[in-house]
Design a protein around this ligand. Structure first.
Ligand code: ATP
Ligand code: MG
Length: 224
């Protein structure tokens, strides 16, 4: 369903004034319905690879193939099917909420864009499973905690029922008991909707619990 072929990327390093390689010939494949874990030490390039796969950042070389279509250079307006079917839960979820919109609107906006609807009951039920009070939806992003925005970001992605969900440390800001409940929710929705996951985490136990197989990265390379 999603394939990366020999993705490479460099960042400009201000301190040395040179380009520094962050991703080197990264290739991976995620089949429909499959849960793939992505592990590796801090700074090895996991989030960068996620952003490249999501077409949120360009790569310097390589290809991204989604459902047999090469989307590496596809213009934004032709990415609609991709955007509709591939959702992201960022390690920094606050960056993905418009500071000027109340959270209710931020949650429902993507559904509108894709001409989908969610029953009020469905919204309520998802909020309940991520342990959020619906009253929160009348606030702005800066008026909620890190853990709350993380759970809102999970709720928003799940409402869209994507075919692939890329989760970057999705429960890093939650305490252990809420974390366990949310992982349980993600697991059951995945099975119900036959969603594929690319699940990025430092936590071996979580990855083993959530994923069918694991890919490890070090220094911008995928280990074989
Ligand atoms: N916009 C940027 N410009 C320059 N360097 C960057 C940029 N974003 C990330 N980097 C660097 O690229 C490397 C990979 O960063 P990335 O965020 O992908 O790592 P990560 O594996 O997700 O780490 P973590 O586990 O801590 O989240 C790091 O050394 C980081 O400092
Ligand atoms: Mg990261």
């Amino acid at each position: 369903m999603l394939e990366a072929v020999d993705i490479s990327k460099k960042y400009f390093d201000r301190s040395s004034g040179k380009q520094r390689s962050v991703l080197q010939n990264c290739s991976l494949q995620i089949q429909a319905g499959e849960a793939v874990g992505l592990m590796g030490t801090s700074g090895c390039g996991k989030s960068t690879l996620a952003r490249v796969l999501l077409r949120l950042q360009p790569c310097d070389a390589g290809q991204i193939i989604f459902q047999t279509q090469d989307i590496t250079l596809l213009p934004q307006k032709k990415l609609q099917t991709f955007r509709r079917n591939v959702q992201f839960i960022s390690q920094r979820p606050e960056n993905f909420f418009d500071p000027l919109l109340k959270l209710r609107q931020s949650l429902l906006e993507p559904l509108k864009i894709f001409s989908l609807s969610a029953a009020d009951a469905e919204l309520e039920s998802i909020l309940a499973t991520v342990k959020l009070n619906p009253a929160l939806l009348d606030r702005y992003p800066h008026q909620v905690s890190g853990g709350e925005i993380q759970r809102l970001s999970i709720a928003r992605a799940l409402l869209l029922k994507p075919k692939l969900l890329i989760l970057d440390e999705p429960t890093s800001m939650l305490d252990v008991s809420v974390q366990a409940q949310i992982l349980q929710l993600l697991q059951s929705i995945r099975q119900q909707e036959q969603m594929a996951f690319l699940f990025i985490s430092h936590d071996n136990a979580i990855i083993n619990h959530m994923c069918d197989r694991t890919i490890t990265m070090s220094d911008g390379k995928i280990n074989h």
